[in-house]
Design a protein around this ligand. Sequence first.
Ligand code: SF4
Length: 93
Amino acid sequence: MSTTVPERLARNRFVLDEEESHIVIDQEACRATGAGKALIAVCPAGVYREQDGEILADYAACLECGTCLAVAPPGALTWRYPRGGFGVSFREG
Ligand code: SF4
């Protein structure tokens, strides 16, 4: 039986670092470069959204794929892996 992408993603386990986000957005750079639309478009986990003219990152759902880093102009985004013990654990089956 085949499964959908959302069903597969739901198997993953996330340990949220409530003290520190591993994603920091420079709002000014995002506005100046229009990076927000690209971030929203490419993230497979729907981490990014726009609200009241700002780009927000719901980092708890990050799959740590690095795609946003590939499209973000310099200075618009600071991204690093979550601290040890936090972040995503992928599960099969
Ligand atoms: Fe989204 Fe991947 Fe960037 Fe995480 S690393 S915010 S999942 S594009």
